[in-house]
Design a protein around this ligand. Structure first.
Ligand code: HEC
Ligand code: HEC
Length: 437
């Protein structure tokens, strides 16, 4: 658009009065039934304390060197700051975190875990392999234990079974010099892995007491572990009172004028709402928006086919679950492999996916060389990705994209800056809670 015309457009949009923008936005909010989100207040405090201890305790990992909180660090937007995580045997934190040279990168970006305990959150992981749909569907098939309270509880069963994330390899020695007994169990034998982890936990008197306080005197199962972890995640990481939430509750001053215009674009001509729908900003469905293939891949093919790995349907290749957007300003790097470390760039990619797929430069996006070398941008791969692309290009002016960024920033709760309040001074195993040994 010629410069003069752009100024004219800006002038016209800015001169439309603030109250008429509020009226427009009101209509959108009603039409999309958008609701503020809250933090649960009524819950079993002992179970929460148990879940909290478990979330920060490296005892859950085979080598006793990594906890959930290392990859979902409350100080870093419940992520690890990295495009792809370093799993067991890694060290350091946030941008200083290093992978052990003998281990691969974990193939997918460690998602944020905000609001995953919300009752309408049903589809977990980038490929939705944990899902509540006529009962719980998970990689464990029919051997899923009884008593799981939610998809989030079911999710907690799997990081502890993954060799590269938490369990370690046969022959590994744990950091306290003991044999890593969890790593000796066969990969398919989920039950044995879960039992071995419960044995570890219940051999620690403090954990026995905590399970007893949370659930009363009885036998404890891996579901009791999982439900406690899920409760902690739900309570700690449901972060209320973002400017957007306050606006939804009637405080018209909570959003800047630019953020309001951004919201109108998001739910209007930018079409973001077609996938990032509802109060959580996700349809919980799967889409291919042309994100480049980068990373070690999910199987021997070296590719990450996303949803296809769960359904086996060709049409699902390269599709990933629409991520929710609450607190998104603090949860980068973005996309299933962390391809972009900047929010505006992540949005730009959506607007012209084929162009950005073809012209993706890992070095401009903070990707370390070892990972950048795994980028597959040959013609054949690009054409295969484009086959199932299901997003339409959208034309927006640069200042409109900035409005959308302002809107997305209004989804940040002030609580994200004080989540370190949940980090315990110590955990029952005596291993360090957070920070490097
Ligand atoms: C080595 C890093 C690492 C560790 C340790 C780890 N995670 Fe994750 N987490 C990830 C990655 C990577 C994903 C995305 C995996 C995927 O989608 O295939 C993820 C996904 C999740 C999700 C799903 C989020 C969503 O939007 O679907 C939840 C919840 C979660 N992790 C909780 C946990 C819990 C609880 C633990 C400890 C028992 C844990 N994680 C340990 C890296 C890690
Ligand atoms: C066709 C569905 C679709 C539309 C339309 C869409 N998105 Fe997305 N969005 C996705 C999917 C799927 C991903 C994850 C893709 C991946 O990782 O491979 C994503 C990722 C994102 C991310 C990164 C979040 C994260 O945690 O990694 C942001 C930010 C985002 N979208 C914002 C927007 C905005 C703003 C718009 C409108 C301009 C928009 N999206 C339109 C489906 C969509």
């Amino acid at each position: 658009m010629p410069l003069l015309l752009s100024f004219l457009v800006i002038f016209i949009t800015l001169s439309c009065t603030s109250s008429s923008v509020d009226e427009e936005l009101d209509k959108v909010i009603r039409a999309h039934n958008l609701k503020p989100l809250e933090k649960p207040t009524n819950y079993n405090k002992d179970k929460f304390e148990l879940g909290k201890a478990l979330f920060f305790d490296r005892i859950l990992s085979g080598n006793k060197d990594i906890s959930c909180s290392v990859c979902h660090d409350p100080r870093f937007g419940t992520g690890d700051c990295l495009p792809l995580p370093a799993g067991t045997k890694g060290w350091g934190e946030c941008l200083n975190r290093q992978k052990d040279p003998s281990r691969p990168f974990i193939p997918r970006n460690a998602q944020d875990i905000f609001f995953r305990g919300h009752r309408s959150f049903k589809v977990l992981f980038w490929d939705g392999r944990v899902e509540e749909k006529d009962g719980l569907k998970t990689p464990a098939g029919s051997i899923l234990p009884d008593g799981l309270e939610s998809p989030l509880s079911a999710q907690a069963l799997f990081p502890i079974t993954s060799r590269d994330e938490m369990r370690g390899r046969r022959g590994d020695t744990a950091i306290d010099g003991t044999i890593n007994e969890l790593a000796l169990i066969e990969d398919e034998d989920y039950r044995a892995i879960w039992q071995a982890i419960m044995n570890r936990l219940l051999s620690i008197p403090e954990y026995r007491d905590m399970f007893k306080r949370a659930y009363g005197e009885r036998e404890y199962t891996i579901s009791d572990y999982a439900n406690a972890v899920a409760l902690f995640e739900e309570v700690a990481f449901s972060t209320p009172d973002s400017p957007w939430d306050r606006y939804l509750k009637g405080d018209k001053e909570a959003l800047s004028y630019e953020a309001k215009l951004g919201a109108l674009l998001f739910f209007g001509k930018a079409k973001c709402y077609t996938c990032h729908s509802g109060s959580l900003f996700t349809d919980q469905k799967f889409h291919n928006i042309g994100v480049p293939q980068m990373g070690p891949g999910k199987d021997k093919s070296g590719f990450d086919y996303g949803r296809y790995l769960v359904t086996g349907k060709d049409e699902d290749k390269f599709k990933f679950r629409t991520p929710p957007l609450r607190n998104v300003a603090v949860t980068g790097p973005y996309f299933h492999n962390g391809a972009y470390n900047d929010l505006k760039k992540a949005i730009l990619h959506h607007l012209n996916p084929e162009y950005y797929l073809r012209n993706y430069d890992p070095y401009e996006n903070g990707i370390p060389p070892e990972l950048a070398n795994t980028l597959k941008n040959d013609e054949e791969t690009i054409n295969e990705i484009l086959k199932t692309l299901d997003i339409q290009p959208v034309q927006l002016e640069d200042y409109e994209i900035d409005y959308i960024v302002e809107f997305l920033k209004s989804l940040t709760s002030p609580e994200v800056y004080e989540l370190d309040k949940y980090i315990p001074d110590r955990v029952p195993s005596g291993l360090p809670a957070l920070s490097r040994f």
